[in-house]
Design a protein around this ligand. Structure first.
Ligand code: PGA
Length: 240
């Protein structure tokens, strides 16, 4: 099965010109066994063509008086296929709750988008409890059928942007924990087939070990996705 390598550019780069340059550099490289998804800031989405696109956020209403927001159908109309929901930076800086995350997931799957649903514990948290709560509440109203459009990204908050990536062993445990939560909520078949990604200080150096040993279906890459050569090397690490 194809590995999914997602680039979360966050609020970067600072200009259209730089965004295009980075995108084109990645586009030149093509690997058949990886699905590469680029998630740039909203303002660049309509200008980048030739690779699968994702958004970094979305609102749950279709349209209306919600100043500053973007709806799932607007993304769909732009030919954006994926959307990241529940990222820890959204939870931390913009106060996103599990309830809001759940509404965003619902609206996005209903609009036909694929969701990358982020979960992960903070430093000092009881991982099992936090991940179970985030998974259960985030997926509260999502049917088994809708779950086919959901990929879960395990991103321990302490590993994001810190250079302290999670060990392969701990990642594997987290993947199994997420699958167990899915089994409790849905069916064995869904638990076996749900795609789980790892994110948090992924680099070209450590990417391969997750793909080979941590039981993940792909990676969510932040900082390293802004460096074309390194990101291409991360994509290459899926070919083994
Ligand atoms: P990082 O970010 O790779 O810079 O740690 C990952 C993410 O936030 O998705």
């Amino acid at each position: 099965m194809k590995k999914i390598i997602v680039a979360n550019w966050k609020m970067n780069p600072a200009s259209q010109k730089e965004a295009k340059k980075l995108f084109d550099a990645v586009k030149k490289f093509h690997l058949k066994n990886a699905e590469v998804v680029i998630c740039p800031p909203f303002v660049y989405l309509s200008q980048l063509k030739g690779l699968t696109l994702g958004a970094q956020n979305v609102f749950y209403q279709e349209k209306g008086a919600f100043t500053g927001e973007v709806s799932p159908i607007m993304l769909k109309d732009l030919k954006v296929w994926y959307v990241i929901i529940g990222h820890s930076e959204r939870r931390k800086y913009f106060g996103e709750t599990d309830e809001l995350v759940s509404k965003k997931i619902k609206a996005s799957v209903q609009a036909g988008l694929k969701v990358i649903f982020c979960v992960g514990e903070n430093e000092g948290d009881e991982k099992q409890m936090v991940v179970e709560k985030q998974v259960t509440e985030g997926l509260k109203n999502i049917s088994s059928k809708e779950m086919k459009q959901v990929t879960i990204a395990y991103e321990p908050v302490w590993a994001i942007g810190t250079g302290k990536n999670c060990s392969v062993d701990e990642t594997l445990k987290s993947v199994l924990l997420i699958k167990k939560n899915i089994l409790n909520l849905y069916t064995r078949q869904l638990s076996d087939t749900i795609k789980v990604l790892y994110g948090g200080s992924v680099t070209a150096e450590n990417a391969g070990s997750y793909i080979k040993e941590a039981g993940v279906n792909g990676l969510l890459v932040g900082g390293a996705s802004l460096r074309a050569e390194e990101f291409i090397n991360i994509i290459k690490s899926t070919a083994y």
